[in-house]
Design a protein around this ligand. Structure first.
Ligand SMILES: Nc1ncnc2c1ncn2[C@@H]1O[C@H](COP(=O)(O)OP(=O)(O)OP(=O)(O)O)[C@@H](O)[C@H]1O
Length: 313
């Protein structure tokens, strides 16, 4: 069997009224992979996730998940996936443990199995102490962890999460990411998630897909995305405007992509470790010496903005 657990081929969705939300996208996700799907508002992320999870019918294209065809075997797919979408409604009067048990019963587990699974899952997502409180009283972070536990009841092979950490404070976000990472690393669960917190995706995702106006504009691991697209920034400050001007004249010869702000120069280069010694040498020859030098590598946010801007043109 192929180790591609999600196969998407030329998938499109045009809504009634003519909005082409997703246009002919193709990609695969490997078993056990942590895949982050990024894009600006309205790019087509939710539409894609809804199609992959059998909630919205594609206009055209083919999808296979865990070996099953999306259009012909949606019921089989539903047993293999867990889905946590935005704004899921849960009964606030039930306790966390009761909700997980209920989900177990819905999946056909016996009472005893559902109880056991609820005990395991409250522990897994760190809700043991609050499991017997009404979930309507949970904080945002606790509710998200409960959502996660509920989606895990039937031990899905693939977990789809639509912006799982949106609206959470930074500490709760870190906690939830830890839970998701744990599922991926320890249990081998394939993760497909959408997020707008790019820096976090950078830390955890094996691969990142960027969608814009319904089209995939980048599909790579975060590091090569950064290497191929964004430039390192070398920033140097000088003691006076005069010194800065002298430096600028010298540096521009070897690194033309630069901008200057007051007594500072910012140089954008492919590989700062190669170019920096050259810059120092050429400055020394011109008898100018920076007061301060710093190098920064692109963040995924920089790359994201660059991809989105480029594709605007
Ligand atoms: N049910 C619908 N009927 C008509 N148009 C829709 C429907 N749902 C989404 N759209 C449109 O499809 C496009 C893609 O929307 P989608 O919700 O998939 O984007 P998104 O990337 O998830 O955005 P966000 O980050 O804002 O949630 C948008 O232009 C949106 O207005």
């Amino acid at each position: 069997m192929s180790n591609k657990i999600i196969k998407v081929s030329q998938l499109s969705k045009t809504y009634k009224g003519g909005v082409e939300a997703v246009k002919n996208i193709s990609f695969n996700v490997k078993e056990g992979e942590f895949f982050a799907f990024l894009g600006p508002n309205g790019a087509g992320k939710s539409t894609t996730i809804k199609m992959l999870t059998t909630l919205t019918r594609p206009t055209s294209g083919e999808v296979e998940i865990a070996g099953y065809d999306l259009l012909r075997q949606p019921d089989k797919i539903r047993l293999k996936i867990g889905v946590a979408l935005q704004n899921t409604a849960i009964d606030p009067t039930l306790t966390g443990r009761e909700l997980i048990r209920l989900q177990g019963r819905l999946f056909g587990f016996s009472k005893a199995e559902s109880n056991n699974r609820a005990n395991e899952l409250v522990e897994l997502v760190g809700l043991t102490e609050d499991a017997d409180r009404a979930c309507g009283k949970y904080s945002g972070g606790m509710q998200r962890r409960l959502d996660l536990a509920i989606t895990l009841v039937h031990r899905p092979k693939v977990l789809f999460l639509d912006e799982p950490t949106v609206g959470l404070d930074p500490a709760s976000r870190i906690d939830l990411w830890e839970e998701i990472k744990k599922l991926n690393r320890e249990y081998g669960t394939t993760i497909f998630l959408t997020t707008q917190y790019l820096e976090e995706a950078d830390q955890v995702a094996d691969r990142v897909g960027i969608i814009k106006n319904g089209e995939i504009v980048a599909l790579e691991n975060p590091q090569s995305l950064k290497n191929s697209l964004a430039l390192d920034k070398i920033q140097m400050s000088f003691s006076s405007m005069e010194e800065k001007e002298k430096a600028k004249l010298a540096v521009i010869k070897i690194a033309p992509n630069l901008e200057s702000v007051e007594t500072m120069i910012k140089v954008y280069v492919q590989k700062s470790q190669k170019v920096l010694p050259e810059i120092i040498r050429i400055l020394a020859e011109a008898y100018v010496f920076p007061e301060d030098i710093s190098i920064s590598s692109p963040t995924l946010d920089d790359v994201f903005l660059q991809v989105i801007r480029n594709k605007n043109n």
